[in-house]
Design a protein around this ligand. Structure first.
Ligand code: SF4
Ligand code: SF4
Length: 175
């Protein structure tokens, strides 16, 4: 036969414990409300991003302006979403874009398919493709999410303006 006291205890003790935890948090919030601020007034205020945050892609350059990308397509091969398209072309003496034999004539990323995993950045042997912290990527037209090389390639001198360190990992600077 059911013991009514035991039934009541089993039903109400966990509820009481849960309410106690809630009350405890509520009181703690009230106590610290004047010191701690939980709401960020975006877009007027912006929270500092974590150091390894990965958002918008960029194709970077060496300090002398040459493109780091050598059109090897390793990034496209590593991409799990298959959203990178690379078309390579040969550098010539009169038209040199990168220090290597080849450069990316076409480089596109379909940002609608990208999952921002950073595998392309990891796979790149020259440190050409990087994901930076710019997260405001919303747009109105699907076609605008196809980022072309012109959109991805950093303007010459941008890194110096940002005061960033040299990011080349393996490719030596041409002399
Ligand atoms: S971040 Fe990931 S999904 Fe996006 S382009 Fe790079 S490898 Fe592909
Ligand atoms: S971004 Fe890097 S991995 Fe991708 S094609 Fe260029 S050099 Fe190769």
């Amino acid at each position: 036969m059911l013991n009514p006291i035991r039934v009541i205890a089993e039903a109400f003790v966990p509820i009481g414990k849960g309410l106690g935890v809630t009350l405890n948090h509520a009181l703690r919030m009230l106590r610290t409300r004047s010191k701690a601020k939980f709401t960020v007034e975006y877009p007027d205020e912006r929270r500092e991003q974590y150091p390894r945050t990965r958002w918008r892609h960029y194709l970077t350059r060496y300090e002398n302006g040459l493109e780091k990308c050598i059109g090897c397509s390793l990034c496209a091969g590593a991409c799990p979403a298959r959203c990178i398209y690379v078309e390579a072309a040969d550098n010539t003496d009169t038209d040199r874009r990168s220090p290597g034999e080849r450069y990316a004539r076409r480089y596109e990323i379909n940002m609608l398919r990208c999952v921002f995993c950073g595998y392309c950045q990891e796979a790149c042997p020259t440190g050409a493709i990087v994901l930076r912290k710019e997260f405001e990527l919303a747009d109105y037209d699907r076609a605008d999410f196809l980022y072309t090389k012109e959109m991805l390639l950093e303007p010459i001198g941008l890194r110096e303006a940002r005061g960033e360190r040299q990011e080349a990992r393996t490719q030596p600077e041409p002399v």
